[in-house]
Design a protein around this ligand. Structure first.
Ligand code: SF4
Ligand code: SF4
Length: 252
């Protein structure tokens, strides 16, 4: 029997949701380590901050695991999966997905300018501008915190499932760049593979996909879809067991 997106409840999906919940629980602590603004301040001060290190880790993880962070560890992912309860329509994609590329390029140019302008790295401070490693410690921190939560939720509430991931997320692009590097150097990496003999083209995998991707189509072409967050919901919902996680094989 076909399942709706919220009904896909394999052990793997339960663990995934638990990890997402935990990441949301820790968000007041981790907020500044994902901050696009803090790294600009760090650049002007000549500091390699926690966010700098986290973004580099995201890029490296993208090479091997694609956007796995988005589906297993991102607090914004959890928020948007909750927003699904209100609006689970597929967001308009296509050219709109490129908005985040424009945001990212401008932002990275500003970050690079700040570090170049400073001219030197004075120190590495993972806990830069946090208090004992904690991001949100006072009322102003909470104003920023809830502002960001609203910023993440609104696109999904208005535009549909995971619209913030599709249109605006600055972090996603580090993992996309990592995945592109994997493709460039023909390295193996995590992706969804298909057994064409088992697939009956029912497109149930598209109906349950939080990113609204027609993965059977993509996988049959041997392509990678840069919007895929490797959540495995499609793998766990395919009645024919045609989809699997795979590290092997080249991806176009
Ligand atoms: S795209 Fe961005 S907001 Fe969405 S899950 Fe990935 S890192 Fe989080
Ligand atoms: S295609 Fe599959 S693994 Fe990728 S985002 Fe959709 S459900 Fe998750």
């Amino acid at each position: 029997m076909k399942k709706s997106r919220s009904e896909v409840n394999s052990i793997r999906q339960k663990i995934r949701k638990l990890l997402l919940l935990l990441s949301m629980f820790l968000f007041p602590i981790t907020l500044y380590y994902f901050s696009p603004a803090l790294i600009i301040n760090a650049g002007l001060d000549g500091v390699v901050s926690g966010s700098f290190i986290v973004f580099v880790c995201m890029l490296i993880s993208g090479v091997f695991f694609g956007r796995l962070f988005c589906s297993y560890l991102c607090p914004a992912g959890w928020l948007q999966d909750c927003a699904c309860i209100v609006n689970d329509k597929p967001p308009k994609q296509g050219r709109k997905n490129y908005i985040k590329y424009g945001i990212w390029i401008v932002w990275i140019a500003v970050v690079v300018f700040c570090y170049v302008h400073k001219g030197q790295i004075l120190k590495i401070d993972f806990f830069y501008q946090t208090e004992h490693g904690i991001s949100v410690t006072d009322i102003y921190g909470y104003i920023i915190y809830y502002g960001i939560i609203l910023l993440i939720l609104l696109p999904s509430l208005i535009g549909g499932t995971r619209a913030f991931c599709h249109y605006f997320c600055w972090m996603a692009l580090f993992m996309v760049v990592g995945t592109k590097l994997r493709q460039l150097f023909h390295m193996p990496g995590l992706h969804i593979a298909i057994d064409n003999d088992k697939c009956v083209s029912c497109h149930h995998c598209k109906e349950v996909c939080p990113m609204c991707i027609d993965i059977s189509d993509v996988a049959q072409r041997g392509d990678l879809n840069m919007e895929c967050i490797n959540c495995g919901v499609c793998v766990d919902s395919c009645l024919r067991k045609a989809l699997t996680y795979s590290m092997r094989g080249k991806q176009k």
